[in-house]
Design a protein around this ligand. Structure first.
Ligand code: NAP
Length: 291
């Protein structure tokens, strides 16, 4: 059915809030699937700066918006404004999906599912090994939780521009998950190359290299990479970031953020509509458009 003829008083509105938001393919993904399944929903991008976060949630209630995705930089701050947070999202300390249940806002973290689905093919290589994570924001929290809970990693080195944020993360996971092996390193400049070299999984959770700044990379020291490593960039636009290109040139196995993006979206879709998204079909469609 044509999208415009479908809009009526029964249409349910879903959205994504973030700042910036231009890079996001969430509207495309969800509207595509709403139409494929003939569901009377519409998905909108909302550019919400941090100073308007609380007002955005008030508007969600006033306008009767059924659900939201939450992206950079709101995933942590938003928790304080929600009525209920799932156990997993509370353990992570970040929310990426909200469901409006009759005026009460419920928060979830579907990034965890996206990360598990992305890394499961490499489970044996990751299990009980060392990992380096770049960035200490909302998605880094989901990555750390998943690596501890689902992949039982040994040590996690976190490089970040703001070192206090890593220290806060370290204390948080020590308290919540009794995990004592998070170590902090400076990102600018990178202060401990040996830790990265000895990690068999390296993950970028910063937006550095994301469209439109596609020539940027969080680490430009190619010597840190080798052919025994897996290098995962959460960014999916572009599919191959500068960071992944440098790692690939050194023989590392590279993984982009598209599978995670689609799977976290599929879980959110299910929370809002009760229906399953055809994630393989969406993956292929987005790969074609981004490729
Ligand atoms: P966030 O909570 O705002 O955290 C961003 C992190 O990146 C912070 O640690 C921040 O450092 C660091 N950072 C940002 N700009 C930087 C710069 N110019 N130089 C150095 N460090 C910088 O954001 P997020 O929600 O975690 O999202 C991060 C990225 O992951 C985004 O690109 C997002 O699109 C992507 N993502 C992808 C998926 C997926 O499904 N594929 C899911 C979630 C997120 P400070 O602590 O110093 O500020």
């Amino acid at each position: 059915m044509d999208i415009l003829t479908q809009i009526d008083h029964n249409t349910k509105l879903i959205g994504v809030i973030g700042h910036p938001i231009k890079h996001s393919f969430s509207p495309l993904m969800h509207n595509f699937e709403f139409r494929s399944k003939n569901l009377n929903y519409l998905y909108f991008p909302f550019d919400i700066p941090p100073s308007n976060l609380r007002e955005a949630l008030k508007a969600m209630l006033v306008l009767g918006i059924k659900g939201l995705n939450v992206t950079i930089p709101h995933k942590e701050k938003i928790i304080q404004y929600l009525d209920h947070v799932s156990d997993e999202a509370a353990s992570v300390g970040a929310v990426n999906t909200i469901v409006n249940e009759g005026g009460l806002l419920h928060g979830y973290n579907t990034d965890i599912y996206g990360i598990v689905e992305t890394l499961n093919p490499y489970k044996d290589e990751i299990y009980k090994n060392n990992v380096t994570i770049i960035g200490a924001g909302g998605s880094a929290r989901a990555v750390i939780y998943t690596l501890i809970r689902h992949f039982r990693v040994e040590k996690i080195h976190v490089l970040n521009r703001t070192i206090e944020k890593v220290e806060a993360l370290r204390d948080y996971f020590k308290d919540k998950m009794h995990f004592e092996n998070i170590f902090s390193d400076e990102l600018i400049p990178v202060d401990n190359i040996e830790n990265i070299k000895s990690s068999n999984l390296i993950i970028n959770t910063t937006p550095i290299g994301m469209y439109p700044n596609i020539s940027e990379t969080p680490i430009d020291i190619s010597e840190v990479f080798n052919s025994n490593q897996m290098v995962f960039d959460l960014i999916y636009n572009p599919l191959k970031t500068e960071f992944l290109k440098i790692a690939e040139a050194k023989g590392a196995t590279i993984i982009n953020g598209l599978r995670m993006f689609v799977e976290q979206g599929a879980k959110a879709f299910e929370l809002w509509t009760g229906e399953l998204m055809d994630s393989n079909k969406i993956y292929k469609e987005l790969q074609k458009r981004l490729g």
